[in-house]
Design a binder for this molecule. Structure first.
Ligand code: CTP
Length: 449
């Protein structure tokens, strides 16, 4: 008996999938089909799969070609399966020619010609309106956003906006994206949604005007400088049926979400302390180091260390102490924030002029989680216990620079598929962060000692 094995996502089952399975079956006597899990797809960068795995398996089953269906959930599994099930032939569509040649030492590899003119990506795009996004601000983050959006189906970058003509012209020339320099409202008319990556002090105004024009907003952190402004934006977004998301990208990364859930699962007992640090020595000439009002460590990086604290201990702290080491020009080179909760402590540290170990420690009554730098791009964390020999290690996948996960969520929400994904960073949590920003700024302005 010749056994054939093939793998796929089989999302929005289409005739290309049907033809592939039919021909795969014809290569032998027994066909094994591996269907990928959501988690595996997400980890390898396919962030917009629509059908749940049970539906995708059912669709494969209904073709009648599969004699056995298995689930694919990790890298390296293909070699394992070929040996385990004794497969004689591995096959996939011709879009993968060459990729699986490494399997030739285990079985025969056959690339079947792909059915032209159909793919799940194309169907996903047809099924939902493509979201056209305008980028506000063309500084350092914008090019990263461009390269990450390529991994999200259903989104295109339409145009950009920067009131500074020189930067706008440079961006347009470098990336071939029409960049507006005046008439923000005119720019908004060209798009369904905006990604705001302009200087911090402009976030609120750009976000508000976009929401009022009925546009969806993904705004870099910090969303606003005051609690009231953040509340206002979320209220306006609700009223105008616009999606508003604060771009604390760690919040949307699968590995970080898993770490938060493991922490809350009770495995380390009750959580009593969260310590998080993020530091990046900034260039002396950079905006972080020179902008006396809007530069500095906290405004630049505060969102990262505050995120796990707020996710794990909540927004109802009893006391907050914010302290900074100022540079000569008044910016904070290094800031420490202590939070006191009824049953716990937290400390967030961030630096642009002081370098420290960028780690996250979540301390509980039975053990602790240690995530080393860069924990904000969660690829690995450990659970440690009283017994130093017992360490549970979690290794996770993190693709690119992580922006694709937040953009994927943004696009899903706009298409009405991701309303429930609010839990990743709720409006209340985002507002609580704005509240801390407000308190920080008051202290820095000397209004509060
Ligand atoms: N396939 C095919 N012809 C198509 C589309 C897919 O033969 N028009 C094959 C793929 O080569 C693969 C299998 O079907 O062997 C499952 O592919 P999958 O990745 O699930 O489907 P795609 O439509 O290619 O999905 P996506 O657009 O998300 O990449």
């Amino acid at each position: 008996m010749r056994k054939v094995i093939t793998y796929g996502t089989f999302d929005l089952f289409h005739k290309g999938h049907y033809n592939l399975l039919k021909r795969a079956k014809a290569l032998g006597d027994y066909l094994i089909v591996g269907v990928t899990t959501e988690h595996f797809d997400e980890a390898r960068g396919k962030v917009n799969v629509i059908d749940p795995i049970v539906d995708r398996i059912e669709n494969v089953r209904k073709t009648g070609f599969a004699d056995q269906i298995i689930v694919e959930d990790h890298d390296g599994q293909k070699i394992e399966d070929i040996q385990k099930y004794g497969a004689d032939i591995f096959t996939v569509g011709s879009d993968w020619v060459g990729t699986f040649d490494y399997l030739k030492s285990f079985c025969k590899v056959v690339y079947l010609s792909r059915t032209p003119g159909v793919s799940s990506s194309q169907l996903r795009n047809e099924r939902f309106n493509i979201v056209s996004i305008g980028i506000v601000g063309t500084g350092r983050i914008a090019p990263r956003f461009l390269s990450e959006v390529k991994y999200v189906s259903g989104a295109i970058i339409e145009c950009a906006y920067n009131p500074e003509r020189e930067s706008a012209v440079r961006f347009e020339a470098a990336h071939g994206i029409r960049t507006y320099t005046e008439n923000y409202e005119g720019f908004l008319e060209q798009v369904d949604a905006v990604y705001i990556a302009s200087p911090h002090e402009t976030h609120y105004d750009y976000a508000k005007r976009a929401i009022l024009a009925g546009k969806h907003v993904l705004c870099e952190k910090p969303l606003t400088f005051t609690k009231a402004e953040a509340e206002e934006l979320y209220t306006l977004a609700r009223e105008h049926h616009a999606v508003l998301m604060e771009g604390v990208k760690t919040a949307y990364c699968p590995g970080f979400l898993q770490m938060m859930n493991v922490a809350k699962s009770g495995i380390i007992g009750e959580i009593r302390d969260v310590e998080a640090c993020f530091s990046r020595i900034a260039d002396i000439e950079s905006r972080e180091m020179t902008d006396r009002i809007y530069g500095g460590a906290f405004l630049e990086y505060g969102g990262y260390p505050l995120l796990p604290i707020i996710k794990l201990l909540g927004i109802n702290y009893k006391e907050i102490v914010i302290d900074s080491l100022p540079g000569e020009n008044g910016i904070d080179l290094y800031t420490k924030i202590h939070l006191r909760y009824p049953q716990g402590f937290a400390m967030a540290k961030m630096g642009v002029g002081v370098k420290s170990e960028g780690q996250l420690i979540i301390a509980g009554t039975k053990g602790y989680i240690l995530a080393k730098s860069p924990w904000w791009q969660t690829r690995k964390f450990e659970i440690r216990y009283e017994d130093p020999n017992k360490i549970d290690t979690y290794e996770l996948r993190f693709q690119g620079d992580g922006l694709r996960y937040e953009v994927g969520d943004f696009v899903s929400k706009i298409n009405g598929r991701g309303e429930n994904s609010n839990y990743k960073l709720t409006p209340e949590e985002s507002i609580a962060m704005a509240d801390i920003v407000e308190q920080f700024l008051k202290i820095r302005e000397g209004k509060v000692s």
